[in-house]
Write a protein that binds this ligand. Structure first.
Ligand SMILES: [Zn+2]
Ligand SMILES: [Zn+2]
Length: 193
C-alpha cells in the first residue's frame, strides 16, 4: 500500500486537496481491492485539482495508461470501476471546511493581495494544516457520499499507428491527423496559418 508520503513526493507539496484525494483513494481501494497494474481499475475524475494526483499514485489509475478519465465538470466526484465486472463506486465529497474566523479571513485577504508578512504566512499555513488534519481525522461518512453499483465501462485505451505530418515532419497518432490542402498534417500545423 502506498503511503501519504509517496503521494506528497509525487505532487510536490501537501495540501487539503491532495489529502482529500488520498482519502478518496483509500476508500476506493478498500472497497474494490488492489491498485491497478494495468487497466483493471478505471477512475473517472470530474475535476483536475490536486486530489487527482493522489488518485493516480494510490490507485494506479493514471493519465498515461489511459485508465484515468477526466470529465471537466468542476465537481468533486470520483468514480472507480473494476474491469471486467463493471462493479464500482461513485464518491462525492460532501466535506466542508470549518468556517473561517474573522481574523483568518483578514489574513487570507492580505495574502491574496501579495502580503507575505510573517504573521500572514503563519496564519495561512496554520489554516491549511488544520484543514489537512481535519480531513485526515474525519470519518468516511463525514467526507463522502458513496454510491455503489454497476457502472458502464469506458472503452479500453487503444494504441494507434503513427503517421508523419507533412509540414513539421513530427509523428502524430493516426486519429489525430488532419487533412489540409490534400496533405496529412498534425493539429498544431492545421491551426497555424
Ligand atoms: Zn496541491
Ligand atoms: Zn505538424
Amino acid at each position: 500500500m502506498k503511503t501519504l508520503d509517496k503521494v506528497v513526493e509525487f505532487h510536490g507539496h501537501i495540501c487539503p486537496g491532495l489529502v482529500l484525494g488520498y482519502r478518496v483513494s483509500m476508500l476506493a481501494l478498500k472497497e474494490l481491492g488492489e491498485r491497478a497494474e494495468d487497466e483493471e481499475l478505471v477512475a473517472i475524475v470530474e475535476n483536475n485539482s490536486c486530489a487527482v494526483d493522489a488518485v493516480q499514485v494510490m490507485t494506479g489509475c493514471t493519465f498515461g495508461k489511459g485508465n484515468l478519465i477526466f470529465r471537466d465538470y468542476g465537481k468533486q466526484v470520483y468514480t472507480f470501476i473494476k474491469r471486467p465486472s463493471g462493479d464500482g463506486l461513485r464518491i462525492s465529497i460532501i466535506w466542508e471546511a470549518p468556517p473561517e474566523k474573522e481574523e483568518e479571513k483578514k489574513m487570507w485577504e492580505r495574502y491574496m493581495r501579495g502580503d507575505h508578512a510573517d504573521e500572514v504566512l503563519k496564519a495561512v499555513h496554520g489554516r491549511k494544516s488544520r484543514k489537512i488534519d481535519a480531513i485526515m481525522h474525519a470519518s468516511d461518512e463525514q467526507l463522502f457520499r458513496v454510491t455503489k453499483g454497476k457502472f458502464d465501462l469506458p472503452e479500453e485505451a487503444e494504441i494507434y499507428p503513427s503517421i508523419r505530418c507533412s509540414v513539421c515532419a513530427e509523428k502524430v497518432m493516426e486519429p489525430r491527423a488532419r487533412i489540409k490542402d490534400g496533405k496529412i498534417v498534425c493539429i498544431p500545423c492545421q491551426e497555424r496559418e
